[in-house]
Design a protein around this ligand. Structure first.
Ligand code: ATP
Ligand code: MG
Length: 432
């Protein structure tokens, strides 16, 4: 496949309201140090794209003609070389870390050092090249612009500026080939469309539905990282719809029923996640995983209960199974999995607490997340919470005297329904 022909366009960043001060100090320092050492250095990708769109870039990625070894020599102990498939320098400036990538050449010209798998997937990609070669290896046209803060110039190698203005997400080169090289680009297409409010160009969108299966070849570690980026992109609610429509959701979560995306619990949680990020709050990926996998967890819990298992062990067994299976697709780190299980295991405890366990539950490290989860279930219309989301919310808001009253309500025997006929030995399960 021959490289697409584009004409290099040069723009003055100040004409677009972009100034060096819009960069983080760490990014600016890194660029200046690289140029002082005699190398080219630019902000590339999301940093340029988001500034042009008037958004606040999440981070600033740097591209340079210095090789990783040369970058290491310049920054010394401030620099760490990482990655095998895709070698990168991490440069530390105070508490900030910047990714500094060396310009890369197209992989097909140096087959001995770049490798593709039988499906056309790139498995090694460390061939250094020139800036124009580097630009055409990037995914979308809007991600292939380079900003040099010292000259004030923006170099646009693939008509990215035009696509920023028309809000179009367009793959550089032949989209199907580029997805085969790296199937994660399909998820990135969905994520950028959601985050930027862009439309996918028709040729960029067309191959996705029949290439979605290629995601199965991606390492579960990389897919977990992608799931994390999905949850924290700030537009999760729309992103879930895109992933669903593009047929990508089931490649990442093959064991979930697709309609889970449209459930009230998932929709509410996604909106909540987006709102939190909008307010500058952090989000924990464990919480959204707990939401997404909840209905599956509940199905397996019911199977355990039907086998005669008690409620708490049933929850635990189901949780372990669900997470083990999902981790084959997105490698959920152990500490995240533990938080997800803690959130789930707290649900039956929070639904039917005895008064004496309330003070113990409330000081549990995961109480907050478990309570938020309960409340969200209640808001989504799940009546198995018995209104206890509301109760816990009230309990935390009142003084100790009123708390005493609320606690006494918990231990009140439930109103008798009908007069009992014959006395049988009680087999009612105890909740505590
Ligand atoms: P954001 O950081 O806001 O999610 P970004 O565009 O900066 O968006 P990164 O993942 O930080 O995305 O990558 C930086 C740049 O590297 C991208 O803009 C793109 O030019 C290039 N890039 C990243 N991943 C790929 C990929 N899988 N294929 C081709 N180019 C990529
Ligand atoms: Mg970035």
């Amino acid at each position: 496949m021959s490289a697409p022909i584009y004409q290099l366009q040069k723009y003055q960043a100040s004409d677009y309201g972009i100034r060096p001060n819009d960069l983080s100090e760490a990014a600016l320092c890194t660029i200046i140090e690289l140029t002082q050492a005699g190398f080219q250095a630019y902000i590339v990708g999301g940093g340029v794209r988001d500034l042009l769109l008037g958004l606040h870039p999440k981070d600033f990625d740097i591209a340079t003609d210095a090789t990783p070894d040369q970058i290491k020599r310049i920054f010394g102990r401030q620099c760490q070389i990482i990655g095998r498939r895709f070698q990168l320098a991490h440069v530390y400036q105070g508490r900030q870390m910047l990714e500094v990538a060396t310009f890369r050449a197209p992989h097909e010209e140096h087959s001995s050092q770049s490798q593709t798998s039988a499906h056309g997937m790139i498995v090694r990609d460390n061939i250094w090249g020139t800036i124009d070669q580097d630009a055409l290896r990037r995914d979308f046209t809007v991600n292939a612009m380079y900003y040099q803060p010292q000259t004030g110039q923006i170099l646009d190698f693939a008509n990215g500026m035009q696509d920023v203005q028309s809000k179009t997400l367009r793959m550089i080169g032949d989209a199907a080939t580029r997805y085969r090289e790296d199937p994660v680009r399909m998820i990135r297409a969905a994520r950028f469309a959601a985050k930027l409010g862009f439309e996918l160009d028709a040729a960029t969108a067309a191959p996705i539905s029949h290439l979605a299966y290629l995601l199965k070849a991606i390492s579960p570690h990389r897919l977990y990282d992608e799931s994390h980026k999905m949850f924290s992109c700030g537009h999760l609610r729309i992103l879930l719809q895109h992933l669903h429509e593009m047929g990508l959701f089931s490649s990442i979560f093959p064991l979930l029923k697709e309609d889970v995306i449209n459930s009230r619990l998932v929709t509410l949680a996604a909106q909540n996640t987006d709102d939190r990020l909008q307010q500058g709050k952090s989000v924990n990926p464990a919480f959204f995983y707990a939401v997404l996998l909840w209905s599956w967890q509940q199905r397996l819990t019911q199977i355990e209960l039907d086998k005669g298992e008690d409620i708490f062990p049933a929850y635990q067994a189901a949780g372990i199974k669900v997470l083990a299976q999902q981790s084959q697709h997105t490698a959920i780190p152990r500490f995240v999995a533990q938080t997800i299980r803690d959130i789930w295991d707290l649900q039956p405890r929070l639904e039917k607490p005895r008064s004496r366990v309330v003070p113990k539950l409330i000081i549990q490290p995961r109480f907050r997340a478990g309570f938020d989860f309960l409340l969200l279930r209640e808001l989504s219309g799940d009546n198995r919470t018995h209104g206890m989301g509301n109760w816990w919310e009230h309990y935390q808001a009142v003084n100790t005297d009123e708390q005493e009253v609320l606690l006494r309500q918990l231990d009140k025997p439930k109103p008798k329904k009908k007069p009992k006929k014959a006395k049988k030995p009680s087999d009612e399960p105890s909740a505590s």
